[in-house]
Write a protein that binds this ligand. Structure first.
Ligand SMILES: O=C(O)CCC(=O)C(=O)O
Length: 285
């Protein structure tokens, strides 16, 4: 069984994607990024692959015929457009709120001959009672078409609402392949059971994978340390905030009451929540 794409992205459409993730655990945003950007990313990843920066992984989870590269913002500024893209970020914000963080930004090239990845939930190692509020949302952006034949992501619809995590290495007859075209994006609630498919085609299946997490959780990649300060300074402010140069709800992430964004030479945001009432008084509110 395959899932057909859905068009869009006005405010209503963003909400309908958020609703779909709540209801079925996933949604597809058709044509989320422009074909020109897809082509630029494809060329950039091909260059990184040629430089040996996307070696095959060496374990059954990541895949023996799958090349991966993490910390993409450190490899090219091209990727800075993705986490703050108008067709992507609002869906993350709709699931997690405006204080969300970028948890990871990587690319995957699933090569011909790769076998199916074990079905898993991205946050299954966390000691949390399921189902719980969304704490992380994964977004797979297709850089090549995703088809059942080339290893399109398999998912178990509705499994984000189950009490259990999947049995590692188990068989799942109720898994479906989500087919979507280059430029489109698949969003998943991190509780959803899913995994890469087997690539039985002759071409690699290529994708950029973002994860957003709630502003009070720990991102998967340590992007604050992974990106040198000089590079972080050149990024758009919203992306700096997503990297952790921000204070969640005026309480989490400060440095001795200072907004971390000041470390990049930028003006602080709203400051500490404890000062909010004094600020209101001084503004005559
Ligand atoms: O490649 C895919 O389709 C899914 C990858 C994935 O879920 C993972 O590596 O955690």
């Amino acid at each position: 069984m395959t899932h057909t794409n859905k068009t869009q992205t006005s405010e209503n459409q963003t909400q309908s994607h958020v609703d779909e993730i709540h209801q079925q655990g996933y949604t597809v945003v058709r044509d989320a990024i422009a074909p020109e950007l897809v082509a630029e990313i494809r060329d950039c990843l091909a260059g990184l692959e040629d430089e040996g920066k996307m070696p095959f992984s060496e374990n059954n989870f990541e895949g023996f015929k799958t090349g991966r590269i993490f910390n993409l913002l450190n490899h090219s500024e091209l990727f800075a457009q993705i986490p703050i893209h108008d067709n992507l970020l609002p869906i993350g914000e709709g699931m997690l709120d405006h204080g969300l963080l970028l948890s990871s930004i990587s690319a995957i090239a699933l090569h011909p001959g790769e076998s199916a990845q074990p079905i898993h939930a991205d946050t299954q190692l966390l000691n949390l009672v399921r189902p719980h509020v969304p704490i992380s949302v994964t977004c797979m952006i297709a850089i090549s078409d995703y088809t059942a034949d080339n290893g399109a992501t398999r998912i178990v619809p509705g499994s984000h609402l189950l009490k259990e995590n999947p049995e590692y290495g188990g068989e799942f007859n109720n898994a479906i392949s989500v087919e979507f075209s280059a430029g489109s994006a698949l969003f998943l609630d991190s509780q959803l059971w899913h995994g890469g498919g087997a690539n039985n085609s002759t071409e690699p299946r290529i994708g950029v994978v973002l994860a957003y997490c709630a502003g009070w959780t720990r991102p998967q990649e340590n992007l604050l340390l992974g990106l040198p300060k000089e590079k972080a300074q050149r990024l758009p402010r919203r992306l700096q905030e997503l990297l952790g140069y921000s204070i969640y709800k005026g309480q989490w992430g400060h440095i001795a009451r200072q907004d971390p964004i000041e470390q990049l030479g930028s003006a602080p945001g709203k400051g500490m929540v404890w000062d909010a009432s004094e600020r209101k008084k001084s503004q005559g509110a």
